[in-house]
Design a protein around this ligand. Sequence first.
Ligand code: FAD
Length: 480
Amino acid sequence: MSPPPVILWYRDDLRLADHAPLRAAVASGAPLIPLYIFDETTPGKWRPGAASRWWLHHSLAALAADLAGLGSRLVIRRGDSLEVITTLVRQCQARGLYFHRSHDPAQAVLEERLWRELGEKLEIRRFRGRLLQEPEQVRTGAGEAFRVFTPFWKACLRLPEPEAPLPAPARLAPTPSEVTGLELDSLQLLPRTPDWAAGLREQWRPGEAGARLRLETFCEEALTGYAAGRDQPGRPGTSRHSPHLHFGEISPRQVWQAVRGVQATDAATTRGGDAYLRELGWREFCHHLLHQWPQLPEQPFNPRFADFPWRDDGEAFRAWTRGQTGYPLVDAGMRELWHTGWMHNRVRMVTASFLVKHLLVPWQQGQDWFWDTLVDANLANNAGGWQWVAGCGADAAPYFRIFNPVLQGQKFDPHGDYARRWLPELRHLSDKDIYAPFAANPASLAAAGIRLGVDYPEPLVEHDFARRRALGALETLKKT
Ligand SMILES: Cc1cc2nc3c(=O)[nH]c(=O)nc-3n(C[C@H](O)[C@H](O)[C@H](O)COP(=O)(O)OP(=O)(O)OC[C@H]3O[C@@H](n4cnc5c(N)ncnc54)[C@H](O)[C@@H]3O)c2cc1C
């Protein structure tokens, strides 16, 4: 029998570098059990969606290979986390349980239960590492959580810079052979038939090595142009770090340090770095909000919106999910999402706005669709994004500001590259017409081979009408 081991409980921190619990477990000198629990028993509906499950499979495979490369073994179990941990502690007489703190409300409750039920039997150590700053560190002068982003971010920037990331260990003690786990395939995380994941495979490389590569490429190629390029969906102007950050294949501290490291080279890179780190600040803001208001994914942050006169329109919702609204920017975004599991931020804003303002479909419905289809589906960022667009969130876009999907396309993708990539049926339209095929003259449509209503849909709703209707719905709130 080996000496009492330490259990390293992995959740959405699937990496070896900058992993404080792993470093501490190595320093303890005890045998190590890296554990991942596939827990579908958590109450509520926020279990990983289909695209996240695909990512999780590959990320766990990458972590298992990386651990094996250092002489260790990832133990996968399935079931209620508390029960699985209790059983494993008993089976292997573990002396410690180390993990990263989670800000997900259900996971935070679980952590408290672990402490109550196992805290006297073994050493439980919880570490920081998912965020740059913990919610308790960033407070207003009155000691409260911030509700507005800009002062929040200024307060973050006044705090000491994040410390340097920790290196990955060079070797790990072998996992005790008597500790058994499941085969990854038995979790059945990958799609069966139909296999819809071809676009995801083309686009992504889940795992720590893929995350590192993405970070290096971004710092070398895109950071300099990020401040201007981040709003142009037709160009590879953003980092695409979001799924890697969500699954913790890279830490925000590693990203911070890499960006700071190249930032001072010239003025454009400095501007790009500041703009990028500010976006990382939005990630922090959303996570702090969710920590403070756990009901954020379900209820409007601004309670007045509880009475908003939403419409129940299954057909329109379905057309939106399929990229068949007749507005090319919206349709291109929804098809990019379906194909790659990701969508550009500018287009997320426009597609979400179209659903909640043009169609008056509740933001929670759109949030659920994103939850299932995004590889970066993240409770805090998704709820934060949807509530921001719907106008009911903290520091949200005012409801009366309604994106015009035609003008947004023309402004941020003036040559129609993004539309042509995702809507090949429109590729022969001119730059002028591509974001408004319904306004093109019949000769242009015929020359481009488009019959509206046959090859590409007529608009689901007319913009000016939809705008007036949305403002009318908002007016009803003022009277409540
Ligand atoms: C309706 C809606 C839903 C969204 N749902 C999600 C989601 O489920 N998961 C998710 O990670 N992001 C979500 N976002 C935020 C944002 O769109 C994505 O983080 C971003 O597009 C990811 O691409 P990137 O990594 O290239 O971003 P970059 O522009 O390179 O930004 C770097 C990182 O900063 C963070 N970030 C950037 N913008 C935001 C933002 N507005 N809010 C919070 N964090 C941000 C992300 O972690 C991102 O990886 C949503 C936004 C909207 C409007």
